[in-house]
Design a protein around this ligand. Sequence first.
Ligand code: HEM
Ligand SMILES: [Cu+2]
Length: 593
Amino acid sequence: MSYVAHDETPFARPAEIGEVELYHPKTFIGKYIWSQDAKVIGVQYAITAIAVGLVALVLSGIMRLQLGFPHTFSFINPSNYLQFVTMHGMIMVVYLLTALFLGGFGNYLIPLMIGARDMVFPYVNMISYWVYLFAVLLLMASFFVPGGSTGAGWTMYPPQAILEGTPGAHWGIILMLVSLAFFIIGFTMGGLNYVVTVLQARTRGMTMMRLPLTVWGIFMATILALLAFPALFVSAIMMTLDQALGTSFFIPALVSKGQHLDHNGGSPVLFQHLFWFFGHPEVYIVALPAFGIVSDLIAVHARKNIFGYRMMVWAILIIGGLSFIVWAHHMYVSGMNPYFGFFFATTTLIIAVPTALKVYNWVLTLWRGNIHFTVPMLFAIGFIFTFVNGGLTGLFLGNVPIDIPLSKTMFVVAHFHMVMAVSPVLVVFGAIYHWYPKITGRMLNDSLGKFHFWVTFVGSYAIYYPMHYLGFLGVPRRYYAVENLDFIPQSAHSLNVAITIAALVVGAVQLVFLYNLVWSYFKGKPGGDNPWNATTLEWQTAHTPPTHGNFGESLPVVYRWAYDYSVPGVEADFIPQNQPPATRGGNPGEQSS
Ligand code: HEM
Ligand SMILES: [Cu+2]
């Protein structure tokens, strides 16, 4: 990649507010409670998301206990099994992964990587976190209200979500819907920040085509979320009204438990369309940041320039665009017109093209790289395998005639866990091992990290590979118990025991990771400013952890893209983005702006 000097790029916008102009808190409360520093907000998001994610992890362990050893645990009954399925799914997708990638990594990394002092609207950014926390607390409160949390499934399909007989059909579903509405309000405040900051606050020389792919992934995911979440927002409000005030947006005339309900004229399928208009892009809201981060991890830890940078950016844009016209592949069994099904199957399969392209480019980046099998690299490679796996079963499910018999079986559960649970979680771990030294100044313990990786990676396959076979056998999802069904052979039950054991092991090894997070904070090996010898700006700060304002007196000036690793003819195997080109004499005057 040839460089363009910053003074030759006509459209680079400076983000040159002085450090003194920032809001500098004096008190503990000002610093950590009403913090306007995106780095602090990012860590707050991350800690909250991981805490609530642990709740979801425990729920999955309880579900697996039931599936592996039915009738052994009296505290699990059919109703609360459904509640656990629902809360587990919703927490994992929205409150853990979305919040962590955008609110957590987005806040921490965007300003640092683009050479800005902070987000553009720090005050709104701070409120965004508190609204998110409020949404989390509302959701947790739903475990304790009369009737308990909703058991309608994370898809919350009406009419059953609000009808007597479904667990949590009264308070549980209302709290879920209101919590989602608040989540979206909070997210929107953060999301506007991420987009405007990337567009307006890049430092001199940081053109869009010099952005690290991490920033591209988070940026595009935020745009998707800003466009997709409103569909969920309106449907949450409409369903709340249906439940609380007796309106009929989604509820047709129906008889429930022998009673004619007052509702009539609503459309349950309308909800499905609104939900999946959000729900499919949601997959990419989680996946695009993961794609971006993995690209950067691979480049840094293989000491190679990313293969096909521009192609990677275009693939992110195209995947983001296409993700809005595939939603009804989740509705093949809703009785849709076959031509409709054909349309959605076609668009779905087209997404495989830019996606496969990204996979090829990752592999080509690794090819003949100087691969360092560091913990972040292990997780990145684990992601590529797992994502390809989950993607391939997606190609099957994208076809109407294959999806119809497999829909509502454990095959679907196996598919989506591979592609949107295990894959992004592997990236989350890789990213934490990679950026932890910047956030805390210390490295995470390497041996514990490798142990954590191998058990999580192999264990995830032990959980989800056999689950595909359960799906072929017709084992349904969201079922409390599947005994006494003639078509399910004994072998399926044995498999369920094995899966449960694997799940408990994987769950337990996460404690090792948590221990590592805490232990290394105090005792970890000091990492210095740039332990991985990376080129991007967050590693070029004067202090580690970076101070408020990120770069001290003067902002860095960018002269090159983010991937100058192992450049021929250059002695060091990396050139930081803010290192002036040697051929131009490296005038130090250019550094300070
Ligand atoms: C050790 C890790 C995990 C285990 C053992 C696990 C296990 C399970 C189980 C047993 C179910 C219910 C299956 C059924 O009866 O239908 C389920 C559902 C689900 N899981 Fe996970 N899970 C894990 C991690 C995740 C993660 C990280 C995500 C994030 C995307 C996730 C998303 C979901 C979703 C969306 C559902 C569907 C909920 C529904 O049907 O309404 N899971 N999981
Ligand atoms: Cu989808």
